[in-house]
Design a protein around this ligand. Sequence first.
Ligand SMILES: [Zn+2]
Length: 320
Amino acid sequence: MSRPANVVAADLGGTTIKAARFNAQGVAEETLRLATPSSEGPAAVVAAVVRVAAALVRPRTAAIGLCAPGLIDAGAGVVRFAANLGLHDTPLAAGVRARLRLPVALEHDVRAACLAEQRLGASANADDLLVVVLGTGVAAGIVSNGRIVRGAQGFAGEFGHIPVHADGELCACGQRGCLEAYASASALVRRYRRAGGNAAGAAGSTARLDTDPRAARLWAEGTDALGRALVTSTVLLDHQRIVLAGGMTAAGEALADPVRRTLQRGLTWRAAPPVSISPLGADAGLLGAALRAMDAAGGPVPPTRQVTAARDEERTCGTA
Ligand SMILES: [Zn+2]
């Protein structure tokens, strides 16, 4: 029987590696977390991934799926550059494969989240989809004609650097007026502090929307910038649906509603595609990595929404 018994997936973040083992029905059986030793060099990061994956691998594990931020060469399994992980031209998939002797797939974290949204989310099986991940930065996964778009050099989806205001705020990329300089969690905090507020985070500024006019104005400018950028991508690609994901979606309709209005206002001659908040939450990248592992194992794609992370069983690697 070729059906895989289980797969192991890991989502590498700048501070934490989240990992889980998923059974053939796509249900997470065990979840682990480990601090990412980003400052200790590539060998330490690869060793940490091996350690957390090894703790989850069982005799019938068929493959391992990984996702990471930065510039990812998915075909070669190499992290070309990931500043937050301290990796440069690191053959991550080969490093894990050599130690654990299993097929290993590597995917960009935003594209992994996009894959999970496409196969498991509210927009299941949409052929033309945009998934915008709003966190410290802003990036997007694009599905066009049923395929995830990577671009000529693998740089597709740098949605945060779409210019929305000529001569606007300076962005970390060196350009002015980028979406990310208005609509990311870090931009909201920076702009709120500059306006004299004491920001604890993007969630802090949304909590003050009703009571602090500065927070309300900066939030409105952020959602307006996002709506404008979505006008640009919609006229270019004609999305079937737009999904908002990432930490900022904790704001729910306070985020989605003004974005929908700006988007529809900017699309004078056509209806706007529906805009929804991701139902997959912070686990989307991990779920996408699990789907890549299932692909690598040649196994079945689990039915819609059956892949779920078992938060209750979460424990820290090495302590339980
Ligand atoms: Zn930029």
